[in-house]
Write a protein that binds this ligand. Structure first.
Ligand code: AMP
Ligand code: ZN
Length: 114
């Protein structure tokens, strides 16, 4: 999608602090971190949010979680714990309409979120 900031990040048109990339996903540091580790993992394919996910895309989301598992090891938060969140729509607090998974860790995370 041409006017999507995360599509632009994938294409390198907007700079990002990349932590992982392959053919299917791209992961980068959140510009406004809420925790010592705050990474966004996104599919390279533009999918707006979970509501728009198609059956044919299920392997993409499975891959996102396999990469998340790899990253929690790399960031050494696997033992203490972490959280993976996808916000959807207005009430969910979604501000960027390209599906993304927040990986948060490195501190005690409050529950429930506000
Ligand atoms: P959400 O509110 O769930 O849609 O999350 C969007 C996230 O994208 C927020 O945590 C923002 O800080 C983050 N964000 C927005 N623009 C950028 C950017 N250019 N680079 C990195 N993270 C960004
Ligand atoms: Zn996009």
């Amino acid at each position: 999608m041409s006017d999507c900031i995360f599509c632009k990040i994938v294409k390198g048109e907007i700079p990002s602090e990349k932590v992982y990339e392959d053919d299917i996903v791209y992961a980068f540091k959140d510009i406004s971190p809420e925790a010592p580790v705050h990474v966004l993992i996104i599919p390279k394919k533009h999918i707006s949010n979970l509501n728009e996910l198609k059956q044919e895309d299920e392997n993409i989301i499975a891959h996102v979680f396999m990469i998340a598992k790899k990253l929690v090891k790399e960031f050494k938060i696997d033992e203490k714990g972490y959280r993976i969140v996808t916000n959807c729509g207005e009430d969910g607090g979604q501000t960027v309409n390209h599906i993304h998974f927040h990986l948060l860790g490195g501190r005690v995370l409050q529950w429930p979120p506000g």
